[in-house]
Design a protein around this ligand. Structure first.
Ligand code: HEC
Length: 119
């Protein structure tokens, strides 16, 4: 019984580890052009936890909808990329986790999703 539990835990960790390897940054680095699939993937892995469907579970007003992005001057790739790179308050910094290209791609993705109201 004990062994089974340990084995189950081991399998879980292995699955998680493999998941992390599959979505490694290399895929985005290999493709220098903006790749919507990759940006969507980066978003769902790194951002959706707090910003699912363009919301913000921590500071509701600071969501990723066009109105809020305009209000807080986050309606450009440069400003979003700067925020994602350095973080702000509870929002974490991504400079150690994402490549510059990935940050630019995911920022462009946020803007394009905001344009279509995250639908
Ligand atoms: C742990 C939760 C969390 C995660 C994960 C997170 N954010 Fe945020 N995000 C926040 C919070 C909190 C704010 C508000 C920051 C502030 O101004 O105090 C914010 C603000 C923003 C804003 C500005 C919104 C506005 O209306 O001003 C953008 C754009 C944004 N995040 C994009 C992203 C992207 C892209 C990612 C993934 C790379 C991400 N966030 C990951 C919590 C998070």
């Amino acid at each position: 019984m004990k062994f089974q539990k340990r084995f189950a835990a081991f399998l879980l960790i292995l699955t998680l580890a493999l998941g992390v390897i599959t979505i490694s940054p290399q895929s985005a680095l290999a493709d220098a052009t903006a790749n919507p699939a990759t940006a969507a993937e980066v978003f769902s892995v790194n951002c959706a936890g707090c910003h699912s469907n363009g919301g913000n579970i921590i500071r509701r007003g600071k969501n990723l909808k066009q109105k809020a992005l305009k209000k807080y001057k986050m309606d450009s790739i440069a400003n979003i990329a700067n925020l994602v790179t350095n973080g702000k308050n509870i929002m974490p910094s991504y400079k150690a986790r994402l490549s510059e290209q990935q940050i630019i791609d995911v920022s462009a993705y946020v803007l394009s999703q905001a344009e279509s109201d995250w639908k």
